[in-house]
Design a protein around this ligand. Sequence first.
Ligand SMILES: Nc1ncnc2c1ncn2[C@@H]1O[C@H](COP(=O)(O)OP(=O)(O)OP(=O)(O)O)[C@@H](O)[C@H]1O
Length: 293
Amino acid sequence: MTRGLVVSGLHKTYDNGVSALKGVELEVAPGLYGLLGPNGAGKSTLMRTLATLQRPDSGSIVFDGFDALSQPDKLRQCLGYLPQQIGSYPGVPAQSLLERFAWLKGRTDGNLRRREVAELLEKVNLSDVANRAVSEYSGGMLRRFGIALALIGQPKLVIVDEPTAGLDPSESNRFHRVLADIADDAVVLLSTHIIEDVENLCERLSILTSGRIVASGSPHALTSPLKGRLWSRFYAKGDPLPDSPLRVLAHPRGYRVICEAPQVPGSGFEPHQPTLEDAYHLALRESNSEMPV
Ligand SMILES: Nc1ncnc2c1ncn2[C@@H]1O[C@H](COP(=O)(O)OP(=O)(O)OP(=O)(O)O)[C@@H](O)[C@H]1O
């Protein structure tokens, strides 16, 4: 069993002056860990840095007790990485490509390698099209192929960036089951915009915005402080909306508005049961109001 991942004081400023990571702190035990954040928060920068594809300006990354920044090859040996974009390899069938990558990961025994590849293809539902060129795969098939690629060699650290983008609901369920399976004895870091996926799958999560972690904990720990503080009300199209609502949800005949307040904020409001999405929006709002101007 791995001892987990500890990230401290991670900073990264790109050549164009954008500070994508501003002192990220993260402690991740084995299991499924969610990373949520808006567009441009720094999630992919963090994922690429953890996957040793780029170096931070400062900070440390310790995985399973060893320093991953000074021993990137050691980390790569136990890493499975599913990036946002998967490259395509003209003309090469999925099975051959997976076998080549398995060989690169040290699977030199041909029988073991073929068995592992067959199991992975089965896991991601690509056995029937294993001999088709990856470059001819649909977007969803390519995504599933990427998942198989990331799982070669039974990685102990699995980093997945927007894993279910482009998957239909049943494939996305299948993928969630695969992730939950491997999370039994690996650290699985799941970066996504889909809050519901994190709420259903992850025991713990962090919220990243503007290069900083602004909240961490279990979905329950993040939502329970909001109990009794959230209120919702329906507004018809054209009705004036209240000041600074937490969220405004579209509705066929108008809007459902969710407000945060210690007491009922006005007539027509009813108590609203907090969800992780509410906690996410509140964490972003509070971090915005604390940002130096
Ligand atoms: N190679 C790069 N060169 C310069 N700036 C970059 C580079 N990559 C990312 N950035 C900038 O760094 C910030 C963080 O980007 P990043 O892609 O890490 O965010 P993200 O949370 O993954 O966003 P999204 O959810 O939209 O994918 C953004 O302002 C982005 O424009």
